[in-house]
Ligand binder design. Structure first.
Ligand SMILES: NC(=O)c1ccc[n+]([C@@H]2O[C@H](COP(=O)([O-])OP(=O)(O)OC[C@H]3O[C@@H](n4cnc5c(N)ncnc54)[C@H](OP(=O)(O)O)[C@@H]3O)[C@@H](O)[C@H]2O)c1
Ligand SMILES: *[C@@H]1O[C@H](CO)[C@@H](O)[C@H](O)[C@H]1NC(C)=O
Ligand SMILES: *[C@@H]1O[C@H](CO)[C@@H](O)[C@H](O)[C@H]1NC(C)=O
Length: 422
């Protein structure tokens, strides 16, 4: 098994329970006597796909979506503008995002995009510190969030309430976040009540929760809760970013210009069309969360740059016998963990079918991990084995236990390697 950096999305407690199952299954597989785990190996650099194919009958690419889609507007590189990918990487302790140190000294944050990642980011920005302290969020992130001045988070989408990309469970967590209250714009919901009855069921339930949150007069208990709230969140619909402006004296973010859209067509496929109107929103922080994107790993592997996936049929890479793919690299960056699991089972099934049908030739022996080990040694690459990784894991858990967290992550590759090799 070859691993690149693993990017887990979320540090909120509920999510950790879901991940626990995934972690257990992963551990069982990694410890299997017929599985060799090679960490700290950069495929495409330390070893090529061609070399892996010489060592194994089949190679499955499952390295996810490490890149992010850029908004592509002027001002995107200003201080105070971050991609959700980097921001999530920062609070989750990804070594490559350690230096991000986002500036949280403003009152209003704008998040571009309305998917589950956008909601993760909004919740991290608005969560009471006490709740975050019990998650595996990194210590530097906790310290930065303790000093944060952010009081209001606007989650901006280019289309309408009936096209929102998040799912109901995540929206419910946002709605129930202690210390916060929603603030929406009534005009954004025009026509929604009338359209509700024709929506497919999951979309209908999601829209109902959204309507209830935005429009209904709350009951006494909820009213009391909202009165207590010190922080505000809200969706803004029918808005596309066109430019981010700096504060003239500081070269940091001061506002964002949003073009007002209308919808052409209806349902999931409705398109946002510019009306020509614009509006400016003051904000010191902009986080773009408009989706992830897979990157090519090795020039010998076919890659569809437009869709940012490896072209495949049910996981069989086109024009590349013995090469398979799964996960977001195969489908693009959509779906929850269960979707991705199903998608990987399908790839495994394709591979087994190819073995049965003889499409995948396994009649001659292949050297397997031995030859890979040799190549890596020749190149001075020292892989991390699974038991090495378990040392890192148990140290992180022990460090976490000391401060009441499930884990305290090591934040640099050097530290991790040092622990792995003791
Ligand atoms: N808790 C969880 O289960 C969890 C947590 C995190 C992520 N995930 C999953 O991971 C996947 C990725 O999440 P994600 O939030 O990154 O992606 P996503 O669900 O695809 O949402 C992307 C958002 O960005 C918007 N967008 C895309 N291109 C845009 C553009 N050029 N201008 C303006 N807006 C644009 C989309 O609007 P349009 O609809 O108009 O394109 C949408 O609102 C999702 O399937 C998500 O459910 C799950
Ligand atoms: C609102 O705040 C008051 C005083 O801090 C507290 O006693 C009460 O329980 C809070 N109510 C809700 C619904 O959170
Ligand atoms: C995954 O597959 C199972 C079994 O076919 C199905 O019941 C489940 O709904 C699927 N989950 C997702 C999220 O696609």
């Amino acid at each position: 098994m070859f691993m690149n950096d693993e990017t887990f999305f979320c540090t909120i407690n509920v999510f950790i329970f879901v991940l626990q199952n995934v972690i257990n299954t992963f551990t069982q597989t990694a410890k299997h006597s017929r599985c060799s785990f090679y960490g700290n190996v950069n495929v495409g650099k330390d070893v090529t796909i061609g070399e892996l194919q010489q060592a194994y009958h089949a190679v499955i690419l499952s390295y996810g979506a490490e890149g992010n889609r850029r908004v592509g507007v002027p001002g995107e590189d200003l201080r105070g503008v971050y991609s959700a990918k980097d921001f999530v990487g920062w609070y989750n302790g990804l070594p490559s995002c350690r230096e991000l140190s986002p500036d949280l000294s403003c009152e209003t944050a704008v998040i571009l995009g309305q998917g589950n990642v956008a909601l993760d980011v909004a919740r991290i920005l608005l969560s009471p510190l006490d709740a975050l302290k019990k998650t595996d969020i990194t210590q530097p992130a906790l310290e930065a969030l303790a000093e944060s001045q952010v009081r209001k988070v606007l989650i901006v989408g280019r289309r309408g309430p009936m096209q929102i990309a998040c799912t109901i469970k995540e929206l419910r967590e946002m709605v129930n976040l202690p210390g916060t209250r929603p603030e929406m714009v009534a005009a954004d919901f025009e026509g929604v009540p009338e359209a509700l009855k024709d929506l497919p069921r999951p979309r209908k339930r999601l829209t109902e929760l959204l309507m209830k949150t935005a429009m209904e007069v709350p009951g006494d208990k909820e009213l009391e809760r909202r009165k207590n709230a010190t922080k505000i969140w809200g969706f803004r619909f029918y808005r596309s970013p066109t430019e981010i402006f700096a504060d003239p004296s500081h070269s940091r973010t001061a506002s964002i210009r949003l073009a007002v859209n209308r919808l052409e067509g209806s349902g999931e496929r409705a398109q946002a069309v510019l009306t020509g109107e614009v509006e400016d929103v003051s904000c010191g922080l902009v986080i773009s969360s408009i989706g992830y994107k897979s990157l090519p790993i090795d020039p010998s592997v076919p890659f569809d740059s437009r869709r940012a996936i490896v072209p495949n049929s049910v996981g069989r890479v086109h024009q590349a016998a013995g090469l398979y793919c799964s996960g977001w690299l195969k489908t693009g960056p959509t779906g929850v963990i269960a979707t991705t699991m199903n998608n990987s089972f399908d790839t495994a099934r394709s591979l087994l079918e190819d073995v049965d049908s003889g499409t995948l030739d396994i009649s001659t022996g292949k050297p397997g991990s031995q030859i890979v080990s040799m190549l890596l040694e020749e190149r001075g690459v020292k892989p991390v084995t699974f038991s090495d990784w378990e040392k890192i894991d148990s140290l992180e858990m022990r460090k976490g236990e000391a401060c009441g967290k499930p884990r305290e992550k090591l934040l640099t590759v050097e530290e991790m390697l040092k622990v792995a090799r003791t």
